[in-house]
Design a protein around this ligand. Structure first.
Ligand SMILES: [Fe+2]
Length: 272
């Protein structure tokens, strides 16, 4: 694709989306520290609502030449069916649990600080009320998402390993938090909770066996292909068919994203 600029990118995704208003929006990709791990996920796989297509645009590639990897959700499902069917069966029956701790201090670019505590997160603050009746947050907020991890691809009608559980797996491995209380000391000395992959339970959530997640990670890494960025490049991802990730990089980079849907398409949860 010929090299284009940001305005051209906005016009491009708008044209792709045709009547869909989602195409107007172009946002920065996750601004978390470039050293942070962001491994395999379908965009918004932790939520019941997610885009059908993810479009990335490279405004400025990193000097270190970091590439963006993708892996096939469909091929991963097929291989897991042969090599770890118990993971798929339990995933379909129990769905996944993602716990998030939203910090009281706004932290840009991190899932745990994405605006829950901004002054207008739940509408304008009514300053006419007495101070004691105004909404105030003094601590953190724990939120649990319970979301299916296997969906039917809406046009191919085949199952897709559609989730963001690999990140939980990567951090539980990095900080060895597979056992309660799931806390570890970070490099800066602070204590933090890193919840491992979990199935949702009626009475309590259960940690997914590490060997099952190791197998999934092994297969995800086996199907990897990477794309090297040049300024002006555009990548269009079928979010129901492809998981993407982010590799650490050095220096400054700007990659923008646009998420959009096609009316009528929905990846319904797969029943086992
Ligand atoms: Fe993403």
């Amino acid at each position: 694709m010929p090299r284009i600029l940001v305005d051209d990118f906005s016009k491009f995704v708008t044209a792709l989306a045709s009547s869909s208003p989602h195409g107007w929006h172009v946002v920065a990709t996750n601004d978390g520290p470039p050293t942070d791990i962001i491994t395999w996920h379908n965009e918004y796989g932790v939520c019941p609502s997610h885009p059908h297509y993810v479009v990335f645009f490279c405004e400025k590639p990193p000097p270190s030449g970091e590439e963006t990897p993708g892996t096939s959700s469909l091929a991963v499902y097929d291989r897991l069916k042969k090599e770890c069917p118990e993971l798929l069966e339990q995933s379909a029956k129990k769905v996944y649990t993602y716990k998030f701790h939203h910090t009281a201090v706004q932290t840009r670019g991190l899932v745990g600080g994405n605006g829950v505590f901004s002054p207008t997160a739940f509408g304008p603050v009514d300053e006419s009320l007495p101070v004691e009746q105004q909404r105030k947050f003094t601590g953190g907020l724990d939120i649990t998402h319970r979301v299916t991890g296997i969906r039917m691809h809406p046009t191919r009608n085949v199952p897709s390993y559609f989730n963001a559980m690999a990140n939980r797996w990567a951090y539980a491995n990095k900080y060895n938090t597979w056992e309660p209380p799931y806390t570890a000391s970070k490099e800066d000395g602070t204590e933090q909770t890193f919840w491992p992959p979990m199935f949702s339970g009626m009475e309590e959530d259960k940690v997914i066996p590490k060997e099952w997640m190791d197998k999934a990670g092994e297969i995800q890494n086996e199907f990897v292909s990477t794309v090297a960025w040049e300024a002006g490049n555009v990548m269009v991802i079928d979010n129901f068919a492809v998981q993407h990730a982010r590799l650490p990089w050095e220096g400054h980079r700007t990659v923008l994203a646009s998420f959009w849907d096609e009316p009528g398409l929905r990846g319904v949860p797969m029943n086992w």
